[in-house]
Ligand binder design. Structure first.
Ligand code: CP
Length: 301
């Protein structure tokens, strides 16, 4: 049987994205369907998570399925030296689907090669977070009425932020113009810029966004990822690089929406939460419907 794992956003194409968006809209209208009544799903989180794990587990349970797993590798036999390969081979025998977050880049691809059941990558290091990307696309479509021809601002930690890497690749099907705003130490890695060049996608890089914010359709804020820095002095230098506030948003289009994969630290002022342009909490809710659609797709339901 074909392995239907979702490891990288590039495992799917434009038709797959649009299919997920359509199915997510159906699940949003009717989230409680009994599609998974005979299914058991494992959520293996070797790295902390609030939204991704809980929204996946909500998605499974609302579809009538059951969940096993761990939220902290510290309570698994990894602490006794068990390898990822052995862990996956064991869990593979228990369940119909594995959803995994792991700090090592490439770990999800490796797990998908070891497992015979599908694996969904819930984040592997600074590499990929494809389910986040699909819920980002869904949120963009819902707020803008389209995913085509938009000006997308990506602001903050563009080096370690896996969500921006996956989103950039997915959006490349839809003729975006990207504006990358990051401190020198956290710029978009060169391999993603090469990817954009090779796909004919326009992008600009700026050190700040106050004077260009009026161009944005979507402002995608990101957290400076403390856990990925080997040198904490470097983190301290960059952690407050950008803070979005209501004064800055006054210069933006009425239709602009502020997205953030969350968790937020201080890159969006809490006053923005009540601004109609703030969309990040609804974006997180959208994650349930989109993850229902992803699960249904990988299980061929
Ligand atoms: N957006 C996201 O991945 O959040 P969590 O780390 O809380 O899962």
């Amino acid at each position: 049987m074909q392995n239907r794992s979702l490891v990288s956003i590039t495992d799917y194409n434009k038709e797959d994205y649009l299919e997920i968006l359509d199915r997510a809209a159906e699940f949003e209208k009717n989230p409680r369907r009994n599609l998974l009544s005979d299914k058991l799903v494992a959520t293996l989180f070797f790295e902390p998570s609030t939204r991704t794990r809980l929204s996946f587990e909500t998605a499974v349970q609302r579809l009538g399925g059951r969940v096993i797993g761990f939220a902290d590798a510290g309570c698994s036999s990894v602490t006794k030296g068990e390898t990822l390969k052995d862990t996956i081979k064991m869990v593979n025998n228990y369940v119909d689907l594995i959803i995994m977050r792991h700090p090592l880049e490439g770990s999800a691809r490796y797990a998908s090669e070891v497992a015979s059941v599908p694996v969904i990558n819930a984040g592997d290091g600074a590499n990929q977070h494809p389910s986040q990307t699909l819920l980002d696309l869904y949120s963009i479509q819902k707020t803008q009425g389209t995913v085509e021809n938009l000006n997308i601002f990506m602001i903050g930690d563009l080096k370690y932020g896996r969500t921006v890497h996956s989103l950039l690749m997915a959006m490349s099907y839809f003729n975006p113009t990207f504006y990358f705003i990051a401190p020198d130490a956290l710029k978009m890695p060169v391999e993603y810029k090469i990817y954009l060049h090779s796909h004919g996608i326009r992008f600009f890089e700026y050190p700040d966004f106050a004077d260009i914010i009026h161009e944005a359709d979507i402002i995608y804020m990101t957290r400076v990822q403390k856990e990925r820095f080997s040198d904490l002095i470097e983190y301290e230098k960059n952690k407050n690089a950008y803070v979005l506030n209501n004064a800055l948003l006054e210069r933006s289009r009425p239709t602009v929406r502020v997205l953030h994969p969350l968790p937020r630290v201080n890159e969006i002022d809490i006053d923005v939460d009540n601004n109609p342009k703030a969309y990040y909490f609804t974006q997180a809710l959208n994650g349930v419907f989109v993850r229902q659609a992803i699960i249904a797709k990988v299980l061929g339901l």
